[in-house]
Design a binder for this molecule. Structure first.
Ligand SMILES: [Zn+2]
Ligand SMILES: [Zn+2]
Length: 158
């Protein structure tokens, strides 16, 4: 049995590594993805420890969950600016995109009686790496022309 101070240091390091993995990623990660990446820094790290650490980080508002329309739960840093998610259909990675198609100001009444104060959008398609691979190594160009937006289209103001 290790001394309590050693246990505390190990837990702090686990949390630091997991936080670095999450903040360094191009988009929200699943717990198994976090596990694989964190193991590069901490060989032998268990998946149960990853889940336990994520729970602590959720409680501390250090990370938040992202639940995709398919039901998959992922984790991202808590304090990110407004952004949306792009789910690559080929490699299954999820990326953060900063572009927002919604032009509606907050608190604009929509249907009578409904006041909208936020929205979530998930785009689907091919990421730059998968697009490049499909094109046989030519320059990668993100293609967003076949996106599916999981909510009503943007409302244009007169
Ligand atoms: Zn991809
Ligand atoms: Zn938006």
């Amino acid at each position: 049995m290790q001394a309590p101070c050693c246990v505390g240091q190990r837990r702090t390091r686990q949390r630091d590594v997991i936080n670095h993995v999450i903040t360094a990623a191009p988009g929200p990660l699943t717990a198994p993805e976090i596990h694989v990446r964190a193991q590069r820094a901490i060989p032998g790290l268990g998946i149960a420890t990853v889940y336990r650490t994520l729970k602590l980080m959720l409680d501390a508002n250090q990370v938040r969950t992202v639940v995709l329309p398919c039901g998959e739960t992922r984790y991202e840093a808590y304090n990110l600016a407004h952004h949306h998610h792009f789910h690559c259909r080929i490699c299954n990675q999820v990326f953060d995109l900063s572009c927002c198609p919604m032009t509606m100001p907050h608190e604009l009444p929509m249907d009578p009686g409904f006041v909208v104060d936020s929205h979530e959008i998930t785009y689907y398609g091919r990421c730059p790496a998968c697009t490049e691979a499909l094109r046989g190594g030519r320059a990668a160009v993100p293609r967003l022309d076949r996106v599916v937006v999981d909510q009503r289209p943007p409302v244009r103001l007169a």
